[in-house]
Design a protein around this ligand. Structure first.
Ligand code: ADP
Length: 249
């Protein structure tokens, strides 16, 4: 995996909030096709990094390249159009609409896949067909007619994932996909993420270290806004500084 080309690189990424440096000189290299975790204690700067990578926040300093293009000055919408999409960006599901309806709407968003096949003469069938493909990819095909609001928590997250996939992202940023999950759901979502990762790159912030160990090819550990360690989980979990800072042992 290590010699695959970099799809996303950040160099010297820095964010200063009114004198407080939340992200300090971070270098990040994400390889194409990998699942890359960003971990670290609360306040380490993980969310700020995500916000910088998608340009929801303007970096104070630093460069970000996505597929060889400098995106440090691009808008979040442009970045999404290029294929770098963040989960919550479009994860606002409509609770009273059906599961199928939610995915159809996602497909018809400005960057949605429907824009690739939508023509006046092409019928709604194509849209429905694509929506059903997405639903089956996340295991929700039998829930198509249920209101999104009555789904279990885990299935709601699966629906969010389906609406995100409607943008056909090349690189997907997932912010704590396991947050609030019951153990059974964690297995289900982990399975899903692995499936979704086929042909894509994923960067995820995740607190559950067994999920990280299980799913992620590479791990970057942040502490107080800086990169403390980077490597495979087996490597970084043996690093005494990581153990001390993050795992408390
Ligand atoms: P994490 O996601 O790792 O928990 P964050 O990126 O949310 O960490 O926060 C990193 C640090 O930056 C924290 O100390 C936080 O209080 C601070 N911070 C985050 N956003 C802002 C902001 N908009 N203004 C000032 N400080 C902020």
């Amino acid at each position: 995996n290590c010699d695959r080309e970099a799809i996303l690189t950040a160099r010297g990424l820095t964010k200063v909030f009114r004198g407080f440096t939340a992200v300090n000189n971070v270098d990040l290299t994400v390889r194409s096709g990998s699942i890359h975790a960003l971990i670290g204690p609360n306040g380490a700067g993980k969310t700020t990094c995500f916000n910088l990578l998608t340009r929801f926040l303007v970096p104070t300093r630093g460069m970000i390249h996505f597929r060889g293009t400098d995106i440090s000055r691009s808008s979040p919408a442009d970045i999404a159009r290029m294929g770098l999409v963040r989960s919550f960006q479009i994860s606002s599901t409509f609770p009273h609409l059906s599961v199928l309806e939610n995915v159809r709407i996602a497909l018809q968003r400005p960057n949605g896949l429907a824009t690739q096949f939508w023509r006046p003469q092409s019928s709604l069938d194509r849209l429905n067909e694509r929506a059903m493909e997405l639903l089956s990819s996340v295991g929700l095909e039998s829930f198509r007619d249920q209101a999104a609001s009555v789904l279990s928590y885990g299935r709601k997250r699966a629906l969010e994932l389906a609406t995100t996939l409607a943008l056909d992202p090349e690189l997907l940023l997932l912010d704590e996909p396991m947050a609030g999950m019951a153990r059974e759901d964690i297995h289900q979502i982990a399975h899903l993420i692995r499936k979704v990762a086929e042909g894509r790159t994923i960067v995820m912030v995740e607190h559950n270290l067994s999920v990280v160990a299980d799913l992620c090819d590479r791990v970057t550990v942040l502490q107080r806004g800086e990169v403390l360690a980077e490597g495979r989980y087996e490597e970084i979990s043996q690093d005494p500084r990581v153990r001390e800072a993050y795992m408390g042992s």
